[in-house]
Write a protein that binds this ligand. Structure first.
Ligand SMILES: [Zn+2]
Length: 149
């Protein structure tokens, strides 16, 4: 057994390298980072592969895609997960658009509103790409909004 950092010889069972102090593989293992917004493991591989197309539709077609996905995917939890995420983006998008239009005479609101709408569009595209990869991740920023869980 040798130290992964400095290469020094280690005695069996030591938790730290005696020459540089690096924890050895015999010591406590570092925690594997788990993304709390990644729910991919909660869905079966069959569900994901069978209902990928329905999970994509809400992100492309918004509310129409949501309706098609709900009607066509049956009881697929994977499609429903993405329907929920897409609806969250839709709601925030509508609010951002409404505020922007109502207060468009205020230069700062107009700028912030347009930036928000562009950002939401980017989030939507990222979500779509993640469905293509068979993942189930909550969208950035939107995930912090606790309504529509
Ligand atoms: Zn060392």
């Amino acid at each position: 057994m040798v130290c992964s950092k400095c290469g020094a010889q280690l005695n069996e069972g030591v938790a730290f390298c005696p020459s540089c102090g690096t924890p050895t593989s015999g010591g406590p293992q570092p925690q594997v980072y788990v993304d709390p917004t990644d729910h991919t493991a909660e869905f079966s591989a069959n569900d994901i592969s069978d209902n990928k197309i329905f999970a994509m539709l809400p992100y492309i077609m918004s509310v129409i895609g949501v309706i098609i996905a709900l009607l066509a995917s049956g009881e697929s939890p994977y499609a429903k997960f993405h329907v929920r995420q897409s609806l969250k983006i839709d709601v925030v998008m509508m609010l951002a658009a409404a505020v922007t239009v109502l207060l468009s005479w205020t230069c700062i609101v107009l700028i912030v509103g347009v930036v928000a709408i562009v950002a939401l569009t980017v989030i939507r595209i990222i979500c779509f790409v993640q469905v293509c990869q068979g993942k189930a991740k909550e969208p950035a920023i939107i995930k912090d909004l606790k309504f529509l869980k």
